[in-house]
Design a protein. Structure first.
Length: 323
């Protein structure tokens, strides 16, 4: 029997399983996830979200649902990215609690119950730091450098953004705007929005210990994602400070350089027209003005749309009733 969104059977927990990269031992893994969630004594459902290039897993997942797993399978029309897929899953979710589970084993499936134990009433999200790690030294080194850059640039203390196992309350997906590959930074975005997030240590699964080397474009893309998240978390509401700082630096260097060339030309009779420094400092002057202008345009856009943006969440309202 089909249900409209308002008529969906209510459950306590919704498990979102996005399949956008790879899947390993899917049948066994989903059943182990199901057993772990069932041990909590609360009702749960699975929503399997497939990117079209992994649509071959659809029949396998449908058979799982017919064999007793409470779930549904959603296949996207094209590759929208995992962030968009998670937004779709959040809209389809019936549970007030949502847990994202990767289609490959990052920690022991039975260990996901530890996230529910850690989610106290004063928290909105619990994420996993795979520790101690057992994967290849190369993977650990890349993760360590990634975390170090993120901590130094954003002030966040999260150590393992690469773990896809996260438990959070449903309202978080309603408050956050995810696109592209920003799903990797879901804990950081939630924290910046005012939600309380806790990271707990859970031992990495031996199944997740193989060395994985990605293409240069993948690492470059992740670097761009990192730059994007730093800008969104630190300068999204004040772009002039970001562009203005670069523009001011260019202007200062350009003015000092042009001033020095002018002094040499006037007082020391040194020709300036054929000097490469004149071109360099002139370009820096133009670049500084352009960066400042971009910052002002950004400030204007934010001011115009400020009433539609809500970069905060209200934790609690206490009313004082008259006697």
């Amino acid at each position: 029997m089909s249900h409209t969104p308002d008529q969906r059977p209510q459950v306590d927990i919704t498990a979102l399983v996005p399949i956008t990269e790879r899947a390993e031992n899917l049948d066994l893994l989903i059943r182990q996830y199901d057993e772990a969630l069932a041990s909590l004594g609360r009702s749960h459902e699975f929503i399997f979200l497939l990117s079209p290039e992994y649509a071959q897993y659809g029949p396998q997942l449908e058979n799982l649902c017919m064999s007793g797993i409470n779930g549904k399978t959603i296949t996207m029309s094209r590759g929208f990215g995992e962030a968009t897929i998670l937004q779709v899953g959040g809209e389809m979710a019936s549970g007030d609690l949502i847990i994202t589970l990767p289609p490959y084993e990052q920690i022991a499936p039975a260990a996901i119950t530890q996230l529910f134990d850690a989610l106290t009433d004063d928290l909105e999200m619990v994420v996993v730091n795979r520790s101690p790690r057992t994967d290849a030294k190369f993977n650990q080194t890349m993760a360590r450098w990634f975390s170090r850059i993120l901590i130094n640039s954003s002030g966040s203390g999260f150590k393992d953004m690469g773990c896809g196992i996260r438990l959070f309350r449903k309202n978080i997906l309603r408050e956050l705007r995810l696109y592209g590959d920003l799903h990797r930074f879901l804990p950081l975005l939630a924290e910046q929005q005012g939600f309380r997030v806790k990271e707990i240590d859970i031992q990495q699964s031996p199944q997740d210990s193989r060395k994985r080397v990605y293409s240069a474009s993948t690492y470059l893309g992740r670097l761009f994602d990192l730059l994007t998240i730093v800008f969104l978390t630190k300068f999204n509401q004040k772009p002039l400070r970001f562009f203005g700082a670069g523009g001011a630096a260019c202007l200062i260097v350009a003015l000092i350089g042009l001033g020095w060339l002018a002094i040499e030309r006037i007082f020391f009779d040194v020709a300036a027209a054929d000097r490469p420094l004149l071109v360099l400092f002139s370009l820096l002057l133009v670049l500084g003005v352009q960066l400042g202008a971009i910052g002002l345009v950004g400030e204007t856009i934010i001011f115009t749309h400020a009433k539609n943006n809500k970069p905060y969440t209200i934790r609690k309202i206490v009313n004082k009733h008259e006697a």
